[in-house]
Design a protein around this ligand. Structure first.
Ligand code: ASC
Length: 154
């Protein structure tokens, strides 16, 4: 029993938690939102490859990726756009200061993505030809926000 709790303490004090504790709230906010967008991008990847014919269409894989995007769209990522975390405030982020001076506009762009993601998991089923239109809708909403609120080179 004593060993078990020692092992538990050792496990819970391992690196990831320690690393989080060492970083500033601002650094964590940037890392959190970048992780979120990385997950989105990682699910867009196979959809784009299937739409272009670079990867064989696989209904289960397409549905999984698209429904992951749909699931992620329900996560309120706005909470990680903390004050003082724009590209003018710190290194390593492409989030333009315009986000904070126009939070309403930014939220509207995010909402375009939420809308584009509705039903995506189902919509990509049924054949390779169904992936392209979903991808375009999703990608269009990504681009619509990036154009205005993300630095070109990020
Ligand atoms: C993607 C991805 C983005 C968007 C964007 C659309 O697959 O990772 O950031 O689509 O490129 O223009």
């Amino acid at each position: 029993m004593r060993f078990a709790s020692a092992a538990l303490i050792a496990l819970t004090t391992m690196t990831p938690v320690a690393a989080l504790a060492d970083d500033s709230p601002q650094e964590n906010a940037v890392a959190a939102r970048q992780g979120y967008f990385l997950m989105l991008g990682s699910n867009m990847g196979p959809l784009a490859a299937m739409a272009k014919g670079e990867m064989d269409y696989d209904e289960a894989k397409a549905a999984q990726a698209a429904s992951n995007i749909e699931t992620l769209s329900h996560y309120p990522v706005g909470m990680h756009f903390m004050e003082g975390t724009s590209s003018a405030d710190m290194e390593g982020t492409g989030a333009k200061p315009d986000i904070w001076t126009d939070m309403e506009g930014f939220a509207a762009k995010y909402n375009d993505f939420v809308t584009a993601a509705v039903g995506a998991g189902e919509a990509v089923k049924g054949g390779q030809a169904n992936v392209g239109p979903v991808l375009q809708k999703l990608g269009g909403s990504c681009k619509g926000c990036h154009d205005k609120y993300r630095e070109e080179d990020s």
